[in-house]
Design a binder for this molecule. Structure first.
Ligand SMILES: [Zn+2]
Length: 269
C-alpha cells in the first residue's frame, strides 16, 4: 500500500512538472504574438476574374484580377489557411483572413491592400508544372524591381529564410524572388507566397489533398509547424522585452494587504 501511495505521489509530481513545462513553452511563444496581426491570403477563389488591374504601383503592366489557379488549388489553399488561422489564434495573434469561403470575388490587388493592415502576410498557393517530376515547396518573395514599398524586400526575404530553415529539415524547399506577382508588388508589409507543393506531382498531390484528414501525419505536422516556427522566429527578432513592473505590483499588493488588515480591525492608517 505504501508503495502504491509513493508511486501515486511520484506520478502527480512528474505530471505537474511536465504540464508546467508545456505551459512555459507556450507562454514563451505567446508573448511574440501579443498585439500582432497576421494576414492569411488563401490564393484564388471558386471562379477566376480575368478582368485586368495594375500589377504594380511602379510599372504600367496589367494582369488578371485573380486567375483560376491550378486544378483544385483554391480549396486546398483555403484548407491550409484555415489550419494556420487556428494555430496563430491559439498563440494570441489577430488573424485577417482574406477569404473563408470559395465563393468570393476579391482581386489580388484588393487582397494586398487588405493585407497591408497586418504585420505580415502569408499568401497560400499550390504549384503546377508540365513536368510531373517537379515537386516540393516554393517560397516566393518580392523583388525590388516592381514592388512599391522597397523596404519590405529585406524583411520578406528574412521571413522566407526562417521558414525555409525549419521546413527544409523534412521537405524540399526553394526560395525565389518574383517581380510579377500583384500580391507582392502592392504590399507595404513583409509578404511571402508559400507554394505548398505541386498538384501535378503524384506525391505532392496526395500530401496536399489529404491536408485536412492527415491530422496525425508527420509530414503535415512538420509542414504547418515549420511555418509557425519560422513566423515566431521572425517576430522574435523585433521583440522588445516589456519593462519589468513586478516590483511596482508587489508594492501595490503589499499596500493593499496592509490596508485590508487595518480596515478589518477598524483601524486607521
Ligand atoms: Zn496559385
Amino acid at each position: 500500500m505504501k508503495k502504491i501511495i509513493c508511486l501515486f505521489i511520484f506520478t502527480i509530481f512528474i505530471f505537474q512538472n511536465s504540464f508546467a513545462l508545456i505551459a512555459d513553452t507556450h507562454t514563451d511563444f505567446y508573448k511574440y504574438y501579443k498585439g500582432k496581426t497576421i494576414c492569411i491570403n488563401a490564393g484564388h477563389q471558386k471562379k477566376g476574374n480575368l478582368e485586368l488591374e495594375d500589377s504594380s504601383p511602379v510599372i504600367n503592366k496589367k494582369k488578371a484580377k485573380v486567375t483560376y489557379g491550378a486544378n483544385g488549388e483554391s480549396k486546398i489553399n483555403l484548407t491550409v489557411s484555415k489550419i494556420l488561422k487556428e494555430e496563430f489564434e491559439a498563440l494570441g495573434a489577430k488573424v485577417i483572413m482574406i477569404r473563408e469561403t470559395e465563393d468570393v470575388n476579391i482581386s489580388n490587388k484588393e487582397r494586398a491592400l487588405m493585407g497591408n493592415k497586418a504585420d505580415l502576410v502569408l499568401n497560400i498557393h499550390c504549384n503546377a508544372a508540365d513536368n510531373q517530376k517537379a515537386a516540393g515547396i516554393w517560397l516566393l518573395i518580392p523583388s525590388e524591381k516592381n514592388v512599391g514599398e522597397k523596404s519590405i524586400c529585406e524583411p520578406s526575404k528574412k521571413l522566407a529564410s526562417l521558414i525555409e530553415k525549419q521546413m527544409s529539415k523534412k521537405h524540399t524547399v526553394k526560395t525565389f524572388e518574383r517581380d510579377d506577382l500583384t500580391g507582392l508588388n502592392w504590399s507595404t508589409v513583409p509578404s511571402i507566397f508559400i507554394e505548398c507543393g505541386f498538384l501535378t506531382n503524384k506525391d505532392d498531390k496526395k500530401f496536399l489533398e489529404n491536408m485536412d484528414s492527415y491530422l496525425t501525419s508527420d509530414m503535415r505536422y512538420d509542414f504547418i509547424d515549420s511555418i509557425m516556427i519560422g513566423v515566431t522566429d521572425f517576430l522574435k527578432e523585433d521583440y522588445v522585452e516589456e519593462e519589468i513592473v513586478e516590483e511596482d505590483n508587489k508594492l501595490l499588493d503589499d499596500n493593499f494587504i496592509i490596508s485590508l488588515i487595518f480596515s478589518l480591525f477598524g483601524l486607521r492608517r
